[in-house]
Design a protein around this ligand. Structure first.
Ligand SMILES: Nc1ncnc2c1ncn2[C@@H]1O[C@H](COP(=O)(O)OP(=O)(O)OP(=O)(O)O)[C@@H](O)[C@H]1O
Ligand SMILES: C[C@@](O)(CCO)CC(=O)[O-]
Length: 908
């Protein structure tokens, strides 16, 4: 028969040491976190077995000679609490009073006139105030000494006069450590009648139990960690000595400051979660202390390796607590930081589940006069942080914002992190970010060369703006972006493809003040910063007339991102963009331009970084597999895509995001815009790469922004008609997605036949949306005519631009030649393209990856014209080694080959 456990007997076992279950396997005493949550008092069983201690909200109790008669003297809820507190404090007796100060008051009433008290010099302001009162009103002498140094205490210990030594460890707010054990021992030896009293509020019994280290009385402001929610005031006194307990009980009863029943209940409830709260709070406190310390602030926290007294603390306490303080070196700056946080509440006190920030000298310690504060080494600029249970990242983020806003830290481009701004430079704040060697903009040493593909949309253009699935793929035509240092305080751009446009600006003349500054890790909000756009139009772009709309828009997108991404460094650079794509022809030139501009600026501001070169697996194993594909990290690609989308918003008005996603991620994908109540994002399609397409540029200029807006208006005016068209296009995209996914089962011929039919169908719907053009219809007509019999649709925004024609596998070379000739005769530009290639790429910055034999100089020297604008590029320190001239003057037909010859490209 298996042994049965007599639960009734088990329940009656007193805590914390239940009887052993067997002599061979003795049970351990419960750990403190178990004790905290286990509120049981075997001698006070509840008559109904209530799970939580009832509130005996009664001033009096009936009867004579019973245990309770009047709540000032005793109350059952309070007895429960006191029993529980004694249990978790290694104490024989505990008393609950109305506040921490009430607890100290009760303790100080043990003193008589003529007694001497030794107290710390870094005490809580309230403690200090009460000590001053008893000094002046009771005739007690108080010696304030540095209790963190036992040698400073010893000379003040008088064998008969010293009646009390008042200690606190760690001290508040400087977190100084007192060796409670050593001082208790010294006091006992030198003044046997003196009592050692410890204020344990900073630690709570969970982390430190000074009675175990020789203290006679310990008190806690239970308003702090014990209750944990700043919803009650309470003080606790614990001791192991009967004589002291009797006197304390007498005082509490006489004075009438015992804790009320409801507060006893709340406090008991709080204590149950104390261990989990404190664990979380001190873990985060360690992170915060490490963060501030890493920035270069003087931080006071026993968890830091260089904290004085750390070893002593570790011997006495079980943790470092959740209060820390740090110095900024400037009181005004500290005030700004304290006022600048949102999550950290400005409040006195500590120990709450919510994080608090304060300046002790103007708040909790304001009752100590400034001279005394100075004498005790309490810095006026000290900020105290009391860490709560919020998400650590949110707390750090909030603090970082406040530090940045107050000018206490600034972004270091070299180190790619925030660093402390030395006090005195604080007033420069924003300017500090611009501080550079010799000029207000930062010196840049490196060139960055990037590229991104254009795209062809096979199904779903326009409809994708309104939530329909689009299917698109990267084409083998790309935009290239090159950023070159100038270092003369100027910023310049050249857009070769747009009338060889060139402009330059003094960096300081840019409208910095119009921009809402983003933190280093902060995302751009969904909406564009319209005041910045307006300021760019009326400022740096003012000179450009309406006829330069294309260049104006491209410059606007670039300057907008430059201001948003570079406000900390303001690098003096030249940005050049060139494309092998036709600009404004529906092949996503704007998205690939946007991806290039965004990526160069992200690299310059070090918001994205190129991963270090992996060690070769073996001498003959190449560093980079897949021709550099997947060498750029996913999160860098996502960041580049987010910023490319911002630029697209400037260029396009209401982009769906499909173009920039293809420009960054490459390949072929289905794309759904978020915000339409269905799954959004992209999925890659494998079968697309084998398809052949002919792209024919009608060369009819059009404006994507206007075309997209036109469809939007039509949808507003005829919601049902447009809604039905959108549904039909969704059907086509979904079917195409399935066919492409199943192409192996489905059969190649069937796939091509189906796709052809869907291309024709999709085009018809685009015609009904009003985005075709006679030139596009002519291309369709030519390609559909015998002997070609091909299917063609507009691609991209339509209204002109390009048409895409699907080329079946069996389409002969001679037919292709004829078709190309025919289209060219009509004045169109046909391109045979392959799709599904790489997305965003960065020319590897590592010397090992550069091709030493590459002709980085100008191809076909004879054809090259040197820069026309006098002085243009004068700021470039080292044009000989720069790619700039070669890049800008390379014939477009050779651009792609020249770029790939330069070295290894790292792709998304
Ligand atoms: N190489 C480039 N240099 C500078 N700006 C460029 C370049 N390529 C594109 N742009 C900018 O993008 C604009 C073209 O965007 P638009 O959306 O009209 O065409 P697209 O992106 O080629 O077509 P779609 O969006 O239909 O695919 C240009 O007017 C210019 O502002
Ligand atoms: C017309 C459109 O669908 C494609 C432009 O290339 C617009 C967009 O998706 O942003």
């Amino acid at each position: 028969m298996s042994p049965t456990i007599d639960t009734k007997t088990a329940v009656q076992h007193d805590l914390p040491t239940p009887d052993p279950e067997s002599p061979l396997r003795p049970r351990q005493p419960y750990r403190l976190s178990t004790l905290c949550v286990t509120v049981e008092n075997p001698s006070m069983k509840d008559q109904y077995g209530s799970s939580s201690v009832p509130i005996y909200q009664s001033a009096t109790f009936k009867g004579v000679g019973n245990e309770y008669d009047y709540s000032r003297s005793g109350n059952p809820t309070r007895s429960h609490l006191e029993h529980h507190i004694a249990k978790i404090s290694s104490a024989a007796r505990a008393f609950a009073v109305s506040s921490g100060m009430a607890a100290l008051d009760v303790i100080l009433r043990l003193l008589k006139p003529g007694d001497e008290v030794i107290a710390g010099d870094d005490l809580y302001g309230g403690t200090n105030r009460l000590l001053t009162f008893i000094r002046t009103h009771v005739g007690v002498t108080v010696h304030h000494v540095d209790t963190t140094d036992p040698n400073a205490v010893i000379p003040f210990i008088h064998p008969t006069k010293t009646a009390m030594v008042l200690l606190e460890s760690p001290t508040n707010p400087l977190l100084k450590i007192a060796d409670l054990a050593l001082i208790s021992k010294e006091v006992k030896e030198r003044a046997p009648n003196a009592i050692v009293v410890v204020d344990n509020t900073m630690m709570s019994p969970y982390l430190q139990r000074p009675l175990e280290h020789g203290a006679d009385i310990v008190y806690d402001s239970a308003t702090k960690y014990l209750s944990g929610h700043h919803d009650l005031m309470a003080g606790l006194i614990t001791c192991n000595r009967d004589d002291l307990a009797k006197q304390i009980a007498f005082t509490i009863n006489s004075v009438g400051n015992a804790l009320t029943p409801i507060d006893c209940f709340l406090l008991l409830r709080g204590v149950k979660t104390m261990a989990v709260r404190m664990d979380r709070q001190q873990t985060t406190a360690q992170l915060v202390a490490t963060y501030l310390h890493g920035l270069g602030f003087k931080v006071h926290y026993p968890g830091l390796p260089d904290h004085p007294g750390r070893d002593i603390h570790q011997r006495i306490a079980d943790g470092n607590g959740a209060v820390l303080s740090f110095e900024t070196g400037d009181k005004e700056m500290s005030e700004k930081i304290v006022g600048g946080t949102r999550l950290w509440g400005i409040s006195v006190s500590f120990g709450c589940v919510n994080s608090l920030i304060s300046m002790p000298c103007v708040m909790s310690h304001a009752s100590i006069d400034p001279a005394t504060r100075a004498a005790r080494g309490l810095p006026e600029d000290l900020i105290r942080l009391c860490v709560g249970i919020e998400d650590a990242s949110d707390l750090l983020d909030d603090l970082e914002h406040a530090l940045v806003d107050a000018g206490a830290i600034a972004l270091s481009a070299q180190q790619n992190k925030y660093v402390r701004v030395q006090p005195g430079h604080a007033a420069l704040n924003k300017a500090v970010e611009q501080l550079a060697v010799g000029s207000s903009s930062q010196t840049v040493e490196q060139e960055w060369f990037v590229s991104a593909p254009g795209k062809v949309i096979l199904f779903g253009e326009h409809a994708v703006v309104h939530g329909v699935t689009a299917i698109a793929a990267a084409v083998d035509l790309r935009c290239y972006g090159l950023v070159t240092p100038r270092n003369d305080g100027k910023l310049s751009v050249r857009f070769n493809d747009i009338d060889n446009f060139y402009a330059e600006w003094d960096i300081e003349s840019l409208p910095w003040d119009a921009s809402v500054v983003l933190g280093h890790n902060e995302r751009h909000p969904e909406d564009l910063d319209q005041p910045l756009i307006d300021a760019l139009h009326t400022g740096p772009l003012k000179e450009l007339g309406v006829e330069k709309a294309q260049a104006r828009n491209a410059a606007l997108a670039f300057l907008y991102m430059y201001i948003k991404l570079s406000s900390a460094q303001r690098p003096s650079v030249h940005f050049a963009a060139r494309s092998t794509l036709p600009v404004g022809a529906g092949l996503g030139s704007s998205a690939s331009f946007s991806a290039c501009a965004a990526t160069t600026l992200l690299l310059l501001s070090e918001r994205i970084v190129i991963p270090s070169i992996p060690a070769p697996i073996s001498a003959d194993h190449p560093h980079l597999s897949h021709h550099g594909r997947y060498a750029l990290e996913r999160h860098s690609a996502e960041e580049a895509n987010r910023w490319a989308f911002i630029a697209e918003k400037i260029l396009h008005g209401n982009p769906s995001g499909v173009d920039n996603s293809v420009a960054v991620f490459g390949g072929a994908l289905t794309y759904n815009r978020p915000g339409f109540g269905k799954p959004s994002g992209m999925t890659s399609i494998q079968g697309f790469g084998s398809l052949r397409f002919l792209l024919t540029n009608s060369k009819v200029p059009r404006d994507t922004k206007k075309l997209v807006a036109g469809v939007g208006l039509m949808k507003q005016e005829q919601p049902e008609v447009v809604g039905a068209i959108l549904d039909a296009i969704e059907n086509i995209s979904s079917q195409a997605k399935r066919s492409l996914a199943d192409s192996s089962e489905f059969g190649r011929d069937n796939l091509l036949r189906d796709l052809s039919a869907m291309i024709n169908q999709n085009h018809k719907y685009l015609v009904s949306l009003g985005v075709s053009h006679p030139s596009l219809e002519k291309i369709r007509e030519k390609t559909a005519a015998p002997p070609y019999n091909l299917s063609t649709k507009l691609t991209g925004a339509g209204g002109g631009g390009c048409a895409v024609t699907l080329i079946p596998d069996n389409f002969s070379d001679s037919a292709m030649k004829d078709l190309l000739a025919e289209l060219s005769e009509c004045g169109f530009d046909p391109y045979l393209t392959s799709v599904g290639g790489s997305g965003l790429g960065v020319l590897s910055p590592y010397a090992e990856h550069r091709n030493p034999s590459a002709n980085s100089g100008v191809a076909n020297q004879g054809q090259v014209t040197p820069p026309e604008t006098p002085g243009e590029g004068a700021g470039s320190p080292d044009l000989d080694n720069s790619l700039r001239v070669s890049f800008e003057f390379q014939p477009v037909s050779e651009l792609s080959e020249w770029a790939s010859d330069l070295g290894t490209w790292l792709y998304v």
